[in-house]
Write a protein that binds this ligand. Structure first.
Ligand code: GRG
Length: 351
């Protein structure tokens, strides 16, 4: 099966998507609620210019590409495309909101190659207020551009539900790092699956697809259910890949140094290692995991190799990929969802 969009078309959409950002920001900062006091507009623009820059823009682009594939050709106009790009930027604003908050909670230093927003001298913990400004401004943009559409309530409810799910996922994740020393009883497959579903897959894959469906006026419950099911499975593939690359990927290729082992993260590798360890190996794991010492990190990597996790990962990745493909192939039978949509999403993340 092949996708119906070439690499150059993808790049072109990426450029066009980027080009509409200034007008989205302009319409926000000149709106009545923000323009009353000039300082509001200046600060809001500064927050958005900084926190929407960089990154892959996968969520925003998925929203736009999904809309183009789901909408009836006769309904696609310059205006409907502009609206789908505006919606894509709302999804990127949600992402910016999460990243700004996540960086404060994790005490991170850099994001997308620059200092985290809260680390700027003129920001500090005012960044917490700024995260609220990003989320509520995103809601203002939705009201301005979609307030008169019949799908507006569904769109707002979807964003709110997405925030609820991500915050629940974040809670699950945070409690993992607050565990008592050497207590890995929560490092289970069930908990890992729940964190992936709530914290990542829902807002990264399901949200863009379901928003595009709403924009294209598709409210068919069966289609939404299938879209959710496949999006969450792609999300799982995305997360296990991210976990694997964090340990075994080359920094020169990923652009970031892995930190999962030293941070004691509940990753696919850690959960799988714990399932396969004998007692001696478990002692190695508990005494070295979650430690900054390079020798400890090296020891965990060696343990992962001893347990043949790289081979096991390749197998799991292949199995999951095949299983999603199987579902994607079966789509045309029971819904109006084009398989190409999910193929593009897979292509964006897979290899
Ligand atoms: C504001 C107090 C307050 C709470 C909100 C929900 C939440 C708390 C935090 C969200 C946590 C979350 C979902 C983090 C996602 C983190 C992450 C590392 C995403 C990476 O996504 P990529 O790789 O990044 O797609 P780019 O930079 O390409 O967009």
């Amino acid at each position: 099966m092949s996708t119906s969009i070439s690499l150059s078309e993808f790049q072109k959409e990426k450029d066009t998507f980027q080009d509409v950002l200034p007008s989205v920001i302009h319409s926000l900062v000149t709106s009545p609620n923000l323009s009353e006091i000039p300082e509001f507009s200046v600060w809001m623009k500064k927050i958005l210019d900084y926190n929407l820059a960089g990154g892959k823009k996968h969520r925003g682009l998925t929203t736009v590409l999904a809309y183009e594939m789901l909408e009836k050709p006769e309904n696609i106009t310059e205006e409907s495309l502009r609206l789908s790009r505006t919606m894509g930027w709302c999804v990127e604003m949600l992402q910016a909101y999460f990243l700004m908050a996540d960086d404060i909670m994790d005490g991170s230093t850099t994001r997308r190659g620059v200092p985290c927003w809260y680390r700027l001298p003129e920001v500090g913990l005012g960044a917490i207020n700024d995260t609220t400004l990003v989320y509520t401004s995103m809601m203002e943009i939705l009201k301005t551009h979609f307030g008169d559409k019949k799908q507006y309530t569904n769109i707002v409810n979807l964003f709110n539900e997405t925030l609820l799910f991500a915050s629940l996922g974040q809670h699950l994740d945070l409690t993992m790092s607050q565990r008592k020393k050497n207590d890995y009883s929560l490092f289970t497959v069930e908990r890992y699956n729940a964190i992936v579903k709530y914290k990542t897959a829902n807002y990264t894959f399901k949200l863009p697809v379901c928003l595009a469906m709403l924009l294209a006026n598709n409210t068919d419950a069966q289609s939404h259910k299938r879209a959710e099911e496949i999006s969450l499975e792609i999300g799982y593939l995305f997360q296990i890949q991210d976990d694997f690359i964090d340990c075994f990927g080359a920094e020169s290729e990923t652009g970031k140094a892995g930190t999962d082992i030293m941070q004691g993260k509940c990753s696919w590798l850690a959960v799988t290692a714990l399932q396969r360890c004998n007692e001696a190996q478990r002692n190695v794991f508990t005494s070295c995991y979650g430690n900054r010492e390079p020798a400890h990190i090296e020891r965990i990597l060696r343990l992962y190799e001893q347990l043949e996790l790289p081979q096991l990962y390749r197998q799991e990745e292949r199995n999951r990929y095949d299983a999603v493909m199987e579902k994607v192939r079966g789509l045309s039978v029971d819904t109006s969802l084009p398989p190409e949509l999910f193929l593009i999403m897979l292509e964006m993340i897979y290899k």
